[in-house]
Design a binder for this molecule. Structure first.
Ligand SMILES: NC(=O)c1ccc[n+]([C@@H]2O[C@H](COP(=O)([O-])OP(=O)(O)OC[C@H]3O[C@@H](n4cnc5c(N)ncnc54)[C@H](O)[C@@H]3O)[C@@H](O)[C@H]2O)c1
Length: 246
């Protein structure tokens, strides 16, 4: 098992990629604190985690709220005594062409994706520094590397996450805290299920592996980045995109 006896926090874990990450970590021997705004979804994930014989803890958390992120970390520390891995996965889209994009659409995406990641990193960094070990894995997107028409807000938030990842990796390496990002390509989830067919066709035409990614593909990269296999890896962006951008 890749992550035996690790204590892991996963945000945005009520469904989609975050849910699969949480369950895969449990399968690999971890206890998982799951955070999301969707309380019912969280309870279902905890049931799945417990089916793997591991402990799950649901904490309703809006990552845009600094105090709620601090509370999430406090609750995890209270229950498990330490936090080995934080996976910043929660994210949203509010797609629109730039000319039509209003300030609310811009702010919503930057606030959840970028500020929310900042809030959770901020809450977990001090305990990890005290532990003198930890892993932070930020879920970015290939869109943050290549841009995407209709997603200037989302691309900016994900590019920001990559910059945050690299800067934190430099600041925290001396405490043995490794900070990396995973940049998924086109993954079939609720987030992408309503994309127009022409957008999906365009994605498929530029994916050399000729299939959409799965949440499991993203979870596998996270497992690698949380495991001893990546002890010498920090400040990196691992693309799980079937070769979409090289
Ligand atoms: N699906 C893709 O193709 C794809 C590609 C690249 C990157 N990503 C990224 O992967 C991550 C997960 O995406 P997904 O496809 O599973 O999306 P999803 O919409 O299925 O799940 C996102 C989860 O985040 C939660 N969430 C939203 N706002 C929140 C908040 N303020 N506080 C706490 N939780 C909140 C939602 O309730 C939901 O459970 C996101 O960061 C997304 O940007 C997805």
């Amino acid at each position: 098992m890749l992550t035996s006896d690790k204590i892991v926090i996963v945000t945005g874990a009520a469904r989609g990629i975050g849910k699969v990450i949480a369950v895969e970590f449990a399968k690999n021997g971890s206890d998982v604190v799951v955070a999301d705004v969707d309380s019912a979804g969280l309870d279902a994930v905890v049931t799945e985690i417990e089916k793997q014989g591991r402990q799950g803890l649901a904490q309703v958390t809006d990552i845009t709220d600094k105090a709620q992120c601090e509370h999430l970390v406090d609750i995890a520390l209270e229950k498990f005594g330490r936090i080995d891995v934080l996976i910043n996965n929660a994210g949203i889209t509010r797609d629109n062409l730039f000319l039509r994009m209003d300030e609310r659409e811009w702010d919503a995406v930057i606030t959840v994706n970028l500020k929310g990641t900042f809030n959770c990193c901020k809450a977990v960094v001090k305990p990890m520094m005290k532990q003198r070990q930890g892993r932070i894995i930020n879920i970015a997107s290939v869109v943050g590397m290549m841009g995407n028409a209709g997603q200037s807000n989302y691309a900016a938030s994900k590019a920001g996450i990559i910059g945050l990842t690299k800067s934190l990796a430099k600041e925290l390496a001396c405490r043995q805290i490794l900070v990396n990002a995973v940049a998924p390509g086109y993954i079939e989830t609720e987030m992408t299920k309503n994309l127009p067919q022409n957008v999906i066709d365009t994605f498929m035409s530029i994916i050399p592996l000729k299939r959409a990614g799965t949440a499991g593909d993203v979870a596998n990269a996270c497992l690698f980045l949380a495991s001893p296999l990546s002890d010498y890896v920090t400040g990196q962006v691992i693309q799980t995109d079937g070769g979409m951008i090289m």
